[in-house]
Design a protein around this ligand. Structure first.
Ligand SMILES: NC(=O)c1ccc[n+]([C@@H]2O[C@H](COP(=O)([O-])OP(=O)(O)OC[C@H]3O[C@@H](n4cnc5c(N)ncnc54)[C@H](O)[C@@H]3O)[C@@H](O)[C@H]2O)c1
Length: 694
């Protein structure tokens, strides 16, 4: 027997148990073990029926992700072959389902003659979430056992449904209330002699009005799926289950699967899936690095960020105390938090119980004495080194030994902040994104002296509060904002050379960004960038940057909060309206600096903005600020609204081809402000070698 399956037989029933922790992924070893077990059971005359199940925490979670992109993935026996062998077996095969039956795991169960399950098992075909479809008969068999509409919902959404919901369907022949295996064996004995053996493939689908239904579904799914082809392909496969013979439907399903696997959208989704996992790995901080216990937290500053950060802890069940200097600021901050939770409750996303529980976990204080015992404290006060210095000196004085001292700074030097304390090993940057209770990204900034256990604890915490933690080294702007500076710089140049804000935003939004740079500026507040630029103009007098954004701020147009920014806003309406005042200012500015405005196409706009990100990221990678290209992609997918179906700036550049990216940059280098288009050495090298970032 393979080490991935075990075999036992007792009283005429053989039990084959998959054993491939953590979720019995259907890797090569499991597939081989299933075939061997089946053969053994079929050869053994004393065996009358065969139960297939999984050990540990799952029946089976589907494909073994460890095998993705390896030859083992497609090595025979394939999942198709295993299912065919089970389905054509001359003795009844019963799937005994518990905990999780997903993807290939569910398809395997559907290939068995019978299925029994315990209540509470999670049943799903989640392939669509990776831009794929269930390719081992799932789209053809599931509609035959639970009906077309429920099957379509499951396959198009990929969401799990608890097993008891299928009590009266052909998916499960019996729901077992007691222990699964004895129940499955008893069931097997009961049906052992029944012939012919039932096969899901033989079930007829009777759906008289299917054409009207599928037409309706096409409209709905098409509207939701937008740039992703997989949901529609899932739908067409389910339609094929109704209109085609089983064999033809399976063939059609395979063809659609083969098509989807090579789409950039599926590649992007798989990249993001693996990128999320990769981001949590730090080469010199092994997974068994001891972590510190986080049972309580504190936040200093109850402003825009502090309140949202506190909510993250409360949502994870960790009590948190928020410290402010003045009662008024504290009251205001806590009132905002309460309001956010009330809104969630009104929208039905939070029960009244949970509301009370979460609000109850957040306390306010004006004294450090109330936070000194917290396991972690996150500072979110004004972005001024002097204020940070005061706060960190105080934290160093009062916090218990071993507490993690984190800063939410977005631009300041975390090493300098750490040096304000006598325990720099306990200091780390936790850069949340606004709104901090919503945005998935958390840049975890590793200072020169940050302890490995502090880093490991903070990464584990980011998972606990449901963030995508990405490690960044210390530099101005860390990964995300350092890159966005180059993007914003190009956006400003585009205005000077001939674009208006609306044209730039539209081009970038058509590319797939959630928001173009100028709408984004109006949302975040143009004054924030203005303050940063003023600091930089002082630090680097030769900095080249379009003055348009400064002129805008000088007009008092800070964005939505002042009712006017790059666009005009009507009261209570966030929709942007082009502003003739701003557009005149831009055109006049071009004239003032002697630039003849020209017509600029969408392709140039997108290339200049996106390649500016890519080139800066190449420097960031070379300097070791980011650990890997997929980390950069995760930052942009989870924090900056980069289109998921393109997989992030680095995967996008890989898809375009790095030599094409470099050629475009060489072209722009001949234009105005061409000095910004020198390819980073890493980019130039990879392009010359025909390689990719990812
Ligand atoms: N706003 C954003 O989008 C954003 C995003 C990421 C990071 N950040 C960073 O987060 C930090 C906070 O930013 P914000 O936007 O929440 O600022 P904010 O001005 O909204 O809030 C700061 C709060 O800190 C309080 N405060 C000031 N000094 C204090 C002290 N000594 N002790 C206790 N409280 C004090 C103020 O009363 C105020 O309520 C900054 O470092 C900023 O760079 C901001």
């Amino acid at each position: 027997m393979s080490e991935f399956t075990t075999y036992s037989s007792d009283g005429g029933v053989a039990v084959i148990t998959m054993n491939n922790p953590p979720v019995n992924g259907l890797g090569f070893g499991v597939r081989k073990g299933l075939i061997e077990g089946l053969k053994k059971a079929l050869d053994d005359k004393s065996v009358k029926a065969i139960v297939v199940t999984g050990s540990g925490k799952a029946f089976s979670g589907g494909a073994d992700i460890k095998e993705f992109n390896t030859p083992k993935m497609s090595a025979e026996p394939s999942l198709h072959a295993v299912i065919a062998a089970i389905e054509s077996a001359e003795k009844p095969v019963i799937a005994a389902v518990h905990s999780v039956a997903m993807g290939g795991g569910l398809e395997l169960a559907l290939g068995c003659h019978y299925r029994v399950a315990v209540p509470g098992a999670q049943i799903a075909l989640p392939e669509v979430k990776l831009g794929l479809l269930p390719g081992a008969g799932g789209t053809q068999r599931l509609p035959r056992v639970i009906g077309v509409e429920p099957a379509l919902n499951m396959i198009v959404s990929g969401n799990p449904v608890p097993s008891e919901k299928f009590a009266n369907t052909k998916l499960f022949d019996e729901l077992i209330q007691g222990e699964l295996i004895p129940g499955a064996i008893a069931f097997a004995k009961k049906i052992a002699d029944q012939r012919p053996l039932p096969k899901v493939r033989d079930l007829k689908i009777d759906y008289p009005n299917h054409e009207a239904f599928f037409q309706f579904a096409r409209n709905t799914v098409g509207a939701v799926a937008r740039n992703f082809p997989a949901p529609m392909k899932c739908l067409e496969c389910v339609a094929a289950a109704v209109t085609m013979k089983f064999e033809d439907g399976v063939k059609f399903e395979r063809e659609q699967f083969a098509y989807l696997v090579q789409t950039t959208e599926s590649k992007a989704l798989r990249h993001a899936f693996f990128g999320e996992r990769a981001a949590s790995k730090i080469p010199d901080v092994p997974e068994d690095t001891p972590t510190r216990t986080i049972k309580s937290a504190a936040v200093v500053g109850a402003g825009t960020m502090g309140g949202g950060i506190a909510m993250n802890f409360a949502n994870a069940g960790i009590p948190v105390t928020v410290l402010e200097t003045k009662q008024e600021a504290l009251d205001k901050g806590l009132a905002t938090v309460r309001k956010n939770y009330e809104n969630s409750m009104k929208k039905g996303r939070l029960t009244p119980d949970k509301f009370e529980q979460r609000v109850g976990l957040i306390k306010g204080t004006l004294t450090y004495d109330d936070i000194k015992n917290a396991d972690i404290v996150i500072e979110a006060v004004f972005e001024e080194m002097g204020v940070k210095e005061m706060v960190f000196k105080k934290l160093d004085e009062v916090m218990k030994p071993g507490a993690i001292l984190a800063s939410n700074t977005s631009t300041l030097d975390v090493n300098k902040i750490a040096a304000f304390t006598k325990r720099p090993q306990d200091v780390i940057g936790t850069h949340f994104f606004s709104p901090a209770n919503v945005m998935k990204l958390l840049e975890v900034v590793r200072g020169a002296k940050t302890g490995k256990d502090v880093l490991a604890t903070t990464m584990a915490l980011s998972k606990k509060i449901k963030k995508t933690g990405v490690v960044s080294g210390v530099c101005d702007g860390f990964i995300g904002n350092r890159m966005i500076e180059q993007y914003s710089r190009q956006a400003g140049f585009l205005l000077e050379e001939g674009c208006l804000p609306e044209q730039v935003d539209k081009a970038v939004e058509k590319f797939g960004f959630a928001m173009g740079p100028f709408r984004m500026g109006d949302l975040a507040g143009n004054d924030i960038g203005w303050a940063i630029r003023k600091r930089r103009y002082a630090e680097r007098p030769n900095m080249v940057y379009s003055k348009t954004a400064d002129l805008l701020c000088e007009m008092g147009r800070f964005g939505q909060k002042t009712g006017a920014g790059w666009y005009d806003y009507k009261p209570g309406d966030r929709r942007p309206n082009p502003s003739s005042l701003v557009n005149d200012m831009i055109v006049k500015h071009s004239k003032d600096i002697g630039v003849e405005r020209r017509k600029i196409g969408d392709q140039e706009i997108v290339e200049r903005l996106v390649y500016a990100l890519v080139n800066e990221a190449a420097y960031i990678l070379e300097e070791g600020i980011a650990q890997r290209a997929s980390d950069v992609d995760m930052v942009y997918l989870t924090g900056y609204g980069f289109p998921l179906y393109r997989g992030g700036p680095m995967l996008y550049a890989d898809t375009v081809g790095l030599s094409n990216v470099v050629s475009a940059m060489e072209k722009y280098a001949k234009g105005r402000n061409g000095q910004f288009w020198k390819p980073a050495p890493l980019l130039a090298k990879l392009a010359a070698e025909g390689k990719t970032f990812n």
